[in-house]
Design a protein around this ligand. Structure first.
Ligand code: ADP
Ligand code: MG
Ligand code: ZN
Length: 576
């Protein structure tokens, strides 16, 4: 990045920074050697009469020197009030490095560092025209709204319907704050690529007549630590300056992907950026008409922390268009294109099962290009047919017609197994969605669980999580037989294995290895048997759990086959 800036400016900035560091070092004594020794060593030196001077402070360390040496030693401060008297009795010179002195030193050095950083940042800022561009904020205020309204979005009635109250809110936030009404500020649009999520978010801003700020989660990936968080804060500051706005965060999964396993991990930068986002969102004041819309292709890969109440707590599915919607989308995009009279958009809509809005738009666009290339007057059926093949070939995965009925059945039972066992063994976990719509990334469907937010998880909680993960496979085995289990459970098994490993190795909840952290002992190889037995026992229990609710499993699977997606209410109704 630095290459983009003027070399001279950078050089002088860096030199200044180094100079400031040097001065700060003089003040704080950073440059002076100090030798850290154990407290016992300190006592030994005291007893043998080697100690010359000790500086007692409130800090974490004591500094001291010994006779005949300029070296400065430090040792852990026992914070023993009697130490001072004892040292004085032993003839040691005692100095006070009280809290005040320490604090002043710290303040001075902090001030120097801050000044240095400030100056360098200023210099860089002045000379980096590309900075704002990378951020890609579309401030539509100047152009008077996004110029995009719900009229530009064909179909998607449910999504539009569910945004009505929010549009009313951003038009007139005072109306709601006066009554103390809490309007959800965080909305997640989820659905296959090209279904119109970005379009809808723009249209919400357009309908509300407010500026549209847009960023993509992937912009934040691989940034330096702290930069992403700062940009998030800037984004909200800009939006707040407008009073009312829609903030759109595309590809939120790049920021808020589920942490792997129970052990956390993940990059610091991503977490910091995410935390900054959540902090900004929790700081919304009553009168502000700002809503945050995030988009993702897959809700199930998002970190549950994002989906909790008060955060992104409204989940709006933007689904693939049905027959009527496909026709409406085709008509919308055909409006400015001359079509030959023999083109029947209703028939084309029937032919384009599983096409997304973007694919339909693309289809007509490709056809128009073919017509133009051939210098035709209007788009012919031949053009449309040829374009059809291009679009299909370019997006074979989105075409779900190849998903055989039997595979849909397996998926339906698998996902229903997760959902029902979750309701059974962990009633506090919310199952907000079950779907058997295949994703482009290879998953046959998903079951979205939102576990409760907790400080600690009990042994029972962990066992419940393992059982929920294994329930998909258990359901497959019970319904289709042990020889017909599928590879569809691979992610589940990975997840269950990770929890089993932590259960035994990290939390010492097993019985075979005592109260030891086997990771610390580098002995994770030893837990193989115990993890295996744990998973085996829980899998047996899960099979029993499913047997106990078999009639409900059939009902849920059948409903899924008929409707493809069930929401929280459906799930609770069936599981009740
Ligand atoms: P997503 O953000 O879900 O991937 P986009 O909003 O970027 O999808 O959609 C891409 C394009 O597809 C839009 O710009 C629009 O031309 C077209 N499109 C998608 N859905 C619709 C729709 N419901 N009505 C009209 N056009 C649509
Ligand atoms: Mg998009
Ligand atoms: Zn599964």
């Amino acid at each position: 990045m630095l290459k983009k800036f003027g070399g001279k400016v950078v050089a002088s900035g860096v030199m200044l920074f180094v100079a400031v560091l040097f001065v700060a070092a003089l003040f704080t004594g950073v440059g002076r050697d100090s030798i850290s020794v154990p407290y016992t060593e300190f006592l030994r030196k005291f007893e043998s009469g080697e100690l010359a001077q000790v500086t007692i402070s409130d800090g974490a360390d004591l500094r001291f020197s010994v006779h005949g040496s300029y070296a400065v030693y430090t040792t852990a401060n026992p914070r023993n009030p009697a130490l001072r008297e004892e040292l004085l009795r032993g003839g040691v010179d005692v100095a006070e490095g009280g809290a005040a002195a320490g604090l002043a030193q710290i303040l001075i050095s902090v001030a120097f560092f801050a000044a240095g950083i400030f100056v360098v940042a200023k210099l860089l800022k002045k000379h980096s025209p590309s900075r704002e561009m990378a951020f890609c904020v579309h401030d539509a205020a100047a152009s008077g709204g996004t110029g995009c309204t719900f009229a530009d979005v064909a179909g998607n009635h449910e999504a539009k319907e569910s945004m009505q109250d929010l549009i009313d809110f951003i038009r007139n936030p005072a109306k709601y704050s006066r009554l103390g009404a809490r309007i959800p500020r965080g909305i997640i649009f989820y659905g296959a690529p090209g279904t119109g999520k970005t379009l809808l978010a723009k249209a919400v801003a357009g309908e509300g007549g407010v500026p549209f700020f847009s960023v993509s989660g992937s912009d934040f990936v691989q940034m330096y630590v702290g930069v992403g968080a700062k940009r998030v804060r800037e984004l909200f500051k800009n939006a707040r300056a407008k009073g009312r706005a829609v903030i759109f965060i595309d590809e939120i999964d790049a920021l808020g992907k589920k942490r792997q396993g129970a052990s956390g991990g993940g990059s610091d930068e991503r977490d910091q950026t995410l935390n900054a986002l959540l902090t900004e969102m929790s700081g919304f004041a009553g009168g502000e008409g700002i809503i945050v819309i995030a988009a993702t292709n897959r809700l199930d890969t998002l970190d549950e922390a994002l989906l909790r109440p008060g955060r992104f707590d409204r989940h709006v599915e933007v689904s693939l268009p049905d027959l009527g919607a496909r026709r409406a989308i085709l008509e919308h995009h055909a409006a400015n294109k001359p079509l030959a009279p023999d083109i029947d958009l209703a028939a084309l809509a029937r032919k384009t099962v599983y096409f997304s809005g973007a694919m339909l738009e693309n289809l007509l666009n490709e056809a128009a290009i073919l017509t133009a290339k051939a210098c035709g007057e209007s788009i012919t059926r031949g053009d449309i047919d040829q374009a059809f093949m291009t679009v299909i070939a370019g997006a074979a995965k989105t075409d779900r017609s190849h998903v055989r009925e039997h595979e849909r059945r397996i998926t339906a039972y698998h996902e229903s197994g997760h959902a029902l066992v979750s309701r059974l063994v962990s009633p506090e976990t919310i199952v907000s969605k079950v779907s058997i719509i295949p994703s482009t990334k290879g998953a046959g469907g998903f079951c979205l669980n939102v576990p409760p937010e907790k400080m600690y998880f009990t042994k029972r909680d962990l066992e419940a999580q393992i059982k929920i993960a294994l329930a998909g496979r258990a359901s497959e085995e019970l319904i289709f037989g042990a020889d017909n289990i599928t590879t569809g459970a691979s992610n589940d098994i990975e997840r269950a294995t990770k929890i089993c490993k932590d259960y035994v190795a990290k939390y010492a909840m097993g019985t075979a290895h005592g109260l030891l952290n086997l990771e610390v002992l580098d002995a994770t190889g030893k837990i193989f048997d115990e993890c295996g037995q744990l998973a085996e026992r829980l899998y047996r229990e899960t099979l029993d759990d499913i047997r106990a609710v078999l009639p409900k499993l059939h009902v849920m699977a059948e409903e899924l086959l008929a409707r493809e997606v069930l929401d929280q209410e459906d799930i609770e109704r069936i599981a009740a």
